[in-house]
Ligand binder design. Structure first.
Ligand code: PLP
Length: 397
């Protein structure tokens, strides 16, 4: 066959699909840019007159599809719409959203027991950019009301429920109402629950962020984050602008992995929840354990609140060994079946001893104020046979 171009050029050119291509499963769109048919079409797409893809940092079919799916999950059964964006990590979801909705001089009101990275982002990075953070007990609604009334520079109320490591909950409805009354954005980190267990939009929250790295992906093999908001113009305007210009977009491959993981979300969350309940009950009845923090247990101080705003209680719990720091170390070294890993939300059970790992550098007095005692063990209960998890914990104690 007589080719129009040289052999080397034939090698270089992208082959074109000839037959209609209808993949059953979403392929990975590993392309950094998208073609235009003509210069006129290019102009129309760049000017926003025609919808179309330009450059993969702006948007990519994988990231857009997965973000849309998460937005639909968060809106499931609710009236109206939401828009989503997929980011390179949970942390980048938080930083992208907050940079999109806040300016220098604005303040954030939040709780002391946030995900560690979030606290550090707020007090180290945002502070340097002129965004200050005010910490308070978000369970005390009178105090929240007082702070919001006294300081009009607070522009965002940021919270997490349930929160590490005690699984303490805050009242989503009450906080969303307080934020609305003071014309302040409400933002929730819904990573621990996923939209299957908790739908913050049902209570009027403005924005939801996720570390999809955890339960949404569920298999511990990708890092990404999501931002979902009810105000489509804001998400696709100012917030997307930060993503595009700060380059905090997720990669197509991470989006693709997240999509596979999310297919089994309901099955996994049901099993995580039922396994965690069995483990919590075992621990509560054990004399070597002084306290179990699982909000599925009637003994948990936030059991009733959790029951009201969560469909089930999820896979996270923590418990305190009677022997303190030494008992914690000995327990960790005796684990055989479960995995010692500093993450959560994977299909296998993960064990963490905060005092010797994630909170090693936090002064003892400070960590104990947040419930992180020397003998505290955090479990991300997996979906294995619950008998194997319990047997391992039993022998390790
Ligand atoms: C892990 C985590 C984050 C940060 O997510 P990354 O994907 O690691 O950036 C934020 N919030 C919570 C509750 C988390 O567990």
């Amino acid at each position: 066959m007589k080719e129009k171009v040289s052999f080397g050029s034939l090698c270089v050119k992208e082959p074109k699909y000839t037959d209609p291509v209808r993949p059953h499963q979403m392929p990975v769109f590993a392309t950094s840019s998208f073609e235009f048919d003509s210069i006129d079409q290019g102009i129309d797409i760049f000017s926003g007159k025609e919808k179309g893809l330009v450059y993969a940092r702006y948007a990519n079919p994988n990231t857009t599809a997965v973000a849309d799916k998460i937005a639909r999950m968060e809106m499931f059964g609710l009236e109206g719409e939401a828009a989503g964006l997929l980011t390179s990590s949970g942390m980048s979801a938080i930083s992208t959203l907050m940079q999109g909705i806040l300016s220098s001089g604005d303040k954030i009101l939040t709780q002391g027991n946030l995900y560690g990275g979030t606290t550090e982002l707020f007090v180290k990075v945002f502070k340097r950019m002129g965004i200050e953070t005010v910490f308070t007990n978000l369970k005390n609604h009178d105090e929240v009301e007082k702070i919001l009334s006294a300081d009009s520079s607070i522009k965002a109320l940021y919270f997490e429920t349930p929160a590490n490591p005690t699984l303490a909950c805050v009242d989503i409805q009450a906080l969303a109402d307080l934020a609305k009354a003071h014309d302040v954005y409400s933002v929730i980190d819904n990573t621990f629950c996923t939209p299957y267990l908790q739908q913050p939009f049902a209570y009027g929250v403005d924005f939801i962020i996720h570390s999809t790295t955890k339960y949404l992906n569920g298999h511990g093999n990708s890092i990404a984050g999501a931002i979902v908001g009810r105000d489509k113009n804001l998400i696709q305007g100012k917030v997307w602008e930060v993503l595009k210009l700060a380059g905090t977009n997720a990669s197509p491959f991470e989006a693709w992995m997240t999509n596979i993981g999310m297919k089994t979300l309901e099955l996994r969350m049901d099993r995580h929840s039922s396994n965690a309940m069995k483990v919590a009950q075992f621990l509560e009845d054990d004399s070597r354990v002084s306290r179990v923090n699982y909000n599925g247990l009637p003994s948990h101080p936030d059991h009733e609140l959790a029951k009201r705003q969560m469909k089930d209680f999820g896979g996270m719990l923590s418990f305190e060994l009677k022997g303190g720091y030494e008992a914690g170390i000995k327990f960790m070294n005796s684990i055989q079946f479960c995995t010692l890993a500093p993450t959560l939300g994977d299909v296998d059970t993960l064990v963490l001893h905060p005092a010797s790992s994630s909170h090693l550098k936090v002064p003892k007095e400070m960590r104990e104020r947040n419930g992180i005692t020397d003998g505290l063990i955090r479990l991300s209960v997996g979906i294995e046979n619950p008998g194997d998890i319990i047997a391992d914990l039993d022998q390790a104690m």
